[in-house]
Design a protein around this ligand. Structure first.
Ligand SMILES: [Zn+2]
Length: 329
C-alpha cells in the first residue's frame, strides 16, 4: 500500500526543525558559518540524545538570521511536506528565533513566512498556519514576550499559542502567566507534555495551563484516571511516533502507546515533529503505523478527520481543507 498520495493533516511540527539539512548547510555557506560539527558524514543532523538534539537544533537555527531566511525556509519546508501528501500543516514558530522576542521584528518575520505560505498554497496545494511557541528551557520570563507576540499577531496566520523545548525544566504552573495572556487574547492553546515527564506532567499541564491539545502526551497511558479526564475534556494528543522512537522516549515502534491510546478512545493525531532530525516523513509514519499496528486507509482517514477538527484555524479554512481530504472524483 502506498500512503504517500493519501491527503494528510499534520498538527505538530517545528518550522526550523523541518529545515532540510542541505538548506541549513547552504545558508551556513552563504553566511560563512562553520556548522560542520552538527552534521553526520552522510549530511544528516548528528545528535546523541534529547539534550544534544536541542543543542544541534539551536546551532542550526543560528543560520536563520533574517525574514528573508525564514521566507526561504518556509518555502523549502512546504515543498517537501506537500510532497508527502500533507494538505494542511500547523507549525510552531518562536519569536526567540525570529528577532529575539521583539514585537516589531517578529511582525517582519511573520510577514515573510506568510508570503511564502501564500505562494506555497498556490504552488503545492498545502495550507500552513503558525502556532507561536515559548521555549520552556529559556525559562518562564522568556516565554512572556513570546506570548505577547502571539497575542498581538493572533489572526489569519497565527492561530494558537504553545510551549516547546526541554519539558523537564520547571513545572507547568511556572508558565501560567504566558498561557493566561494568550488565552485572554482568545487563542487556542497547546503544550508539549508527557514526552519525558510522564502522566503527572500531562495532568499538571491540563490543570494549570488549560490547553485544548497536548504535544506528545504519550505518558498519559500510565494513568487511567488521567485518560478519563482527557476523554471528558475532549483533549487531543499530537502524537509523533517516529520522533519518540528516535529520541528513545519509547523502546520502539511495537511498544509505542499510540494504538492503546486510540483504543481507549483518546483523540490521537499523527505528526513528524522535526522530520529530517528524526529521519522521518508523514509517509514513513503511516508506513510504520501500518506495519506495526495494521492501520490502513480507513484508520488514516479517521485520523485526519480528527486532526482537522482539532486544527486551530478558522472554519472557512477547515471547509477548504476538508475538500482536499475527499477522494478525487
Ligand atoms: Zn515537538
Amino acid at each position: 500500500m502506498n500512503f504517500r498520495e493519501l491527503p494528510k493533516v499534520e498538527l505538530h511540527t517545528h518550522l526550523e526543525g523541518c529545515a532540510p539539512p542541505a538548506f541549513i548547510r547552504q545558508l551556513a555557506h552563504e553566511k560563512r558559518l562553520d556548522l560542520s560539527g552538527i552534521f553526520t558524514a552522510e549530511g544528516g543532523y548528528d545528535f546523541r540524545d534529547f539534550d544534544h538534539f536541542l543543542q544541534v537544533y539551536e546551532a542550526a537555527c543560528t543560520t536563520l538570521q533574517s525574514p528573508e531566511d525564514f521566507r526561504r525556509l518556509t518555502m523549502a519546508v512546504l515543498e517537501e511536506t506537500a510532497s508527502h501528501g500533507v494538505v494542511y500543516m500547523e507549525t510552531f514558530v518562536s519569536p526567540d528565533f525570529c528577532g529575539g522576542g521583539d514585537l516589531v521584528a517578529w511582525t517582519d518575520y511573520l510577514a515573510a513566512m506568510q508570503e511564502a505560505a501564500a505562494e506555497a498554497e498556490d504552488k503545492f496545494g498545502i495550507t500552513l498556519k503558525g502556532i507561536v511557541t515559548g521555549i520552556r528551557h529559556f525559562g518562564p520570563e522568556a516565554c512572556k514576550p513570546a506570548a505577547l507576540c502571539a497575542a498581538e499577531t493572533y489572526g489569519d496566520f497565527i492561530t494558537g499559542y504553545g510551549m516547546a523545548g526541554g519539558e523537564m525544566v520547571g513545572r507547568p504552573a511556572d508558565y501560567a502567566y504566558s498561557f493566561d495572556l494568550a488565552r485572554e487574547a482568545g487563542m487556542p492553546l497547546t503544550c508539549h507534555a508527557g514526552e519525558w515527564g510522564g502522566a503527572l506532567m500531562v495532568a499538571e499541564t491540563i490543570r494549570d495551563l488549560r490547553v485544548a491539545r497536548i504535544g506528545h502526551g504519550i505518558g498519559a497511558i500510565d494513568d487511567p484516571t488521567l485518560i478519563d479526564e482527557i476523554l471528558e475534556k475532549d483533549i487531543v494528543l499530537e502524537v509523533c511516533p517516529g520522533s519518540n522512537v528516535v529520541l528513545k522516549a519509547v523502546d520502539g515502534w511495537a511498544s509505542h502507546p499510540i494504538a492503546k491510546l486510540r483504543d481507549a478512545g483518546v483523540k490521537v493525531t499523527v505528526s513528524t515533529d522535526d522530520p529530517p532530525f528524526f529521519h522521518t516523513t508523514m509517509t514513513a509514519e503511516y508506513d510504520m503505523l501500518h506495519q506495526t499496528f495494521g492501520w490502513g486507509e480507513d484508520e488514516f482517514k479517521a485520523l485526519n478527520a480528527t486532526a482537522l477538527a482539532a486544527a486551530f484555524c478558522d472554519d472557512d479554512t477547515k471547509a477548504r481543507v476538508a475538500k482536499r481530504l475527499e477522494p478525487a472524483q
